[in-house]
Design a protein around this ligand. Sequence first.
Ligand code: NAD
Length: 252
Amino acid sequence: MEVGDKVALVTGAARGLGAAITTRLAQAGHPVVLVDQDAAVEQCALSLQSAGYVARWARLDISNEAEVMALPALLGDWWPRLAILVNNAGISPKHEGKKREVIDMPLDEWRRVLDVNLTGTFLVTRTCLPVLTSHGWGRIVMITSQAARTRTPVPGAHYSATKSGMTGLARVLAGEVAGAGVTVNCVAPGRIETSMTAGVNPEVNRQHAAGIPAGRMGKAEEVAATVAFLVSDGAGYSTGATFDVNGGSFMH
Ligand SMILES: NC(=O)c1ccc[n+]([C@@H]2O[C@H](COP(=O)([O-])OP(=O)(O)OC[C@H]3O[C@@H](n4cnc5c(N)ncnc54)[C@H](O)[C@@H]3O)[C@@H](O)[C@H]2O)c1
């Protein structure tokens, strides 16, 4: 398959890392599908189209099984060419800029984070797998987090649990689809400048940046560049792995 035949679907594409990843993959020549529950996803796709890229959008909630299962019908003639999936959509609830500790965690907040970050990733992946495994070449990337690798003080336990869960899902899936020429890898960002990290007190981000060997928070484009490598032909022998993008804040 030529790059222009490999359709790439990115969830959570209306802003932040998802928007940067979508732009980067469009620049690489992929037709891109922007998936998000936010109405802004339409404008993002239209902006890419105005810039000369090939883009479509689907507005849906990844935790809603019926909405996710409508994707093949929504994408029509693009669906058979779907070859790349980036599971990026995620939430990290904060209250007045702070996480809730486990002792204060209401069940509905716990469930919502699991529903979106973990079950939503599963639903989108399961829906896409029949076509992703049909070409003899495919790529799945999970945007996990440094919170799946080590203790991080800012996000809650639900968030950390889902990112660890996505890593486990990626490992098992990598074994299941390797024979079909599909790789499954995780990208684990550290603290990156997006609306998610803007939700905390600015002092938290300043202190965090001071403790990072690189001396700063990361940029969405730096995560997108790693994703672009992982979906390239050259990354074909990497699967079931996690790639850190964290300025050296976690080394192992
Ligand atoms: N920003 C960081 O520092 C950082 C670090 C590590 C991991 N991550 C992960 O990267 C991913 C993107 O983070 P971001 O910083 O760009 O976040 P963001 O909040 O800026 O963007 C997330 C996007 O996901 C969409 N989304 C949320 N729930 C959805 C749902 N149920 N269905 C469809 N779309 C949904 C939102 O509408 C939004 O457009 C997340 O999975 C996050 O956990 C971010």
